[in-house]
Write a protein that binds this ligand. Structure first.
Ligand code: QAP
Ligand code: CO
Length: 176
């Protein structure tokens, strides 16, 4: 197990489109383990492989309060969606920045477990938001892409300033 480095906006590597996993092998299992370790270490609720610079269709999430419900999705597909909801989202690749985004309220996701077996699951509320946010990463898309260009520019400036000041600022949440 190992922690992996998380890419941060506006790193162009976050724009890479992920390829489907073809080999459900030990290196995939290791990637998933490392992604869980990294997500829990950074107090995240979701992480896409894109964020650790691995461009495969892999995401992990755990939205439980107790941090004891790990879920991994390999080659996820949304097969049904319903309704809309607005949620204030954040992202480990856009530290300290939060903004409201509208997404489907309910989704049915078809995916593989890391061992290659398939499953389908119905998600709603925060879990539905999270899986849609992480699937966007796999397509090279970030939640700040839903903001106006002006607001996206503000986010870029805010992160540059935080980095200049040694990321102290990134711990003060900013709602856009
Ligand atoms: C995506 O995001 C998400 O800015 C996962 O300083 C977010 O885990 C889905 C985080 C909200 C649904 C709702 C962000 C941690 C974690 C930060 C995350 C930060 C520390 C974000
Ligand atoms: Co994210």
């Amino acid at each position: 197990m190992a922690l992996r480095e998380i890419l941060e906006f506006p790193d162009p590597r976050l724009r890479t489109e992920a390829r489907p996993v073809e080999d459900f092998d030990a290196s995939l299992a290791e990637l998933v383990e490392d992604m869980f370790e990294t997500m829990y270490e950074e107090s995240g609720i979701g992480l896409a492989a894109t964020q650790v610079n691995v461009h495969l269709r892999v995401l992990v999430m755990d939205t439980s309060e107790e941090r004891n419900r790990p879920r991994a999705f390999i080659n996820p597909e949304i097969v049904e969606s319903d309704g809309t909801q607005v949620y204030e989202e954040g992202c480990l690749s856009v530290p300290g920045i939060y903004a409201k985004v509208e997404r489907a309220e309910k989704v049915r996701v078809r995916a593989h477990h890391p061992d290659g077996s398939t499953f389908e699951v119905d998600l709603d509320g925060l879990e539905a938001v999270c899986v849609q946010h992480e699937m966007d990463h796999l397509a090279g898309k970030l939640f700040v892409d839903y903001l106006s260009p002006l607001k996206r520019q503000m986010v870029r400036k805010r992160l540059e300033k935080a980095r200049r000041q040694g990321a102290v600022d990134a711990r003060t949440p900013t709602a856009i």
